[in-house]
Design a protein around this ligand. Structure first.
Ligand code: NAP
Ligand code: 8YV
Length: 323
């Protein structure tokens, strides 16, 4: 260990603000990716913390003998094997709350883009077609009179629901546990909710339990006026089933900010006119990304200063052993 300052490893890409702030408190070391074959003998015992944006598999954690903390840039930590970290006594932190309102704003924007075809309308104008060919076609869909089912009603889901109230739509949700004190209808199963609503917004974490749960059966239940919005994780949607449903009119339209194999988007989805696509920009304003970056760094500083992380994930509610 050098200079008595904890050594933090950054595998792969990381926010510039995190990289600017970390050297105030820590010694830094970098590898191109979270690949155990890139770990040098010095890193094995020197590295006490990792700051990561993206994937960090169990095998990479196991390469370090004195690892204490993994600070994830993002509230979703599906890229990190948190159960394995828990077994090893390594704390994992994420960035809840600071991005909630931004992601909820994005979800509403994507919903309106999808239902009212606003990106296509702008293209019509930019391509000179308004002057040449006349008015853009009326949108077959409207938000008016819709019933929106939120798949997930946590921090971000609730912020989306609060915004939807102002739009005058009916609101329902599916989670494993009903939330008390809310007027929204709770459905204990996703299929039952899909049958009852005409719009689903996915905002659950990407876990084994949510994996490909938006499948052919659920899309069939959503129906021909159905709209699917996904701002959670791409793994929650069976993308082949979705492309098939969109191409055959099983549902009407979809708006997607997240994909199973980012940054790659299935050709079958790119080819469809009734999909609005965004490149995972839910939290992507400078202001919100700055707050996320600060929380990554502040978690590491708090851990080594006070022995407690600010926002540990539920699997790793640990305190530091030696402060
Ligand atoms: P959160 O507060 O933990 O909420 C998660 C919600 O999902 C809870 O209502 C939870 O309710 C529900 N849920 C979890 N597992 C479920 C299951 N198997 N079946 C049904 N419901 C389930 O998380 P959050 O802060 O709102 O963030 C949610 C997710 O959004 C993140 O994990 C991340 O993947 C995604 N996200 C995306 C972007 C973006 O840029 N597009 C940005 C930020 C976050 P129960 O536990 O009662 O089931
Ligand atoms: C980020 C996100 O884009 O917080 C999350 O879970 O999906 C987004 O805010 C991502 O984590 C940064 O790579």
């Amino acid at each position: 260990m050098s200079h008595g300052r904890p050594r933090i490893l950054v595998p792969g890409k990381m926010s510039k603000r995190v990289l600017d702030r970390l050297p105030e408190t820590f010694d830094l070391v970098f590898v191109e990716a979270a690949d155990p074959s890139l770990v040098t003998p010095e890193m094995v015992s020197d590295v006490q913390g990792i700051a990561v944006s993206g994937k960090l598999p169990a095998g990479f954690m196991d390469a370090f003998s004195n690892l204490e903390i993994i600070a994830n840039f993002g509230v979703g930590y599906d890229g990190i094997d948190a159960a394995h970290a828990a077994k090893r006594g390594v704390v994992v932190t994420n960035t809840p709350d600071v991005l909630t309102e931004e992601v909820a704003d994005t979800a509403i924007g994507l919903l309106l883009n999808t239902v009212r075809q606003l990106p296509a309308a702008e293209q019509w104008l930019r391509q000179g077609r308004w002057a040449r060919d006349g008015a853009f076609a009326l949108s077959p869909l409207t938000l008016r009179g819709r019933t929106v089912g939120l798949y997930g009603l946590g921090r971000i889901g609730l912020a989306i629901a609060r915004r939807l109230e102002a739009f005058g739509v009916s609101i329902a949700y599916h989670t494993r546990t009903a939330r008390e004190g809310l007027a929204y209808t709770h459905y204990p199963t996703l299929k039952d909710m899909a049958e009852a609503v005409d719009t689903i917004i996915v905002i659950v974490p990407g876990t084994e339990a949510t994996r490909r749960t938006i499948n052919a059966e659920v899309l069939q239940a959503l129906g021909p006026q159905g709209v699917l919005i996904n701002v959670g994780r791409g793994t929650t949607v069976d993308e082949a089933a979705l492309a098939d449903a969109l191409s055959r009119g099983v549902i009407a339209a979809a708006g997607l900010d997240v994909f199973e194999s980012e940054p790659y988007v299935p050709e079958a989805l790119l080819a469809l006119p009734n999909v609005s696509l965004l490149p995972h920009v839910g939290s992507a304003s400078q202001a919100t990304r700055n707050e996320m970056a600060d929380l990554v760094v502040d978690n590491l500083v708090a851990w080594f200063d006070t022995g407690e992380a600010l926002t540990p994930v539920e699997e790793t509610p640990f305190k530091r052993k030696s402060v």
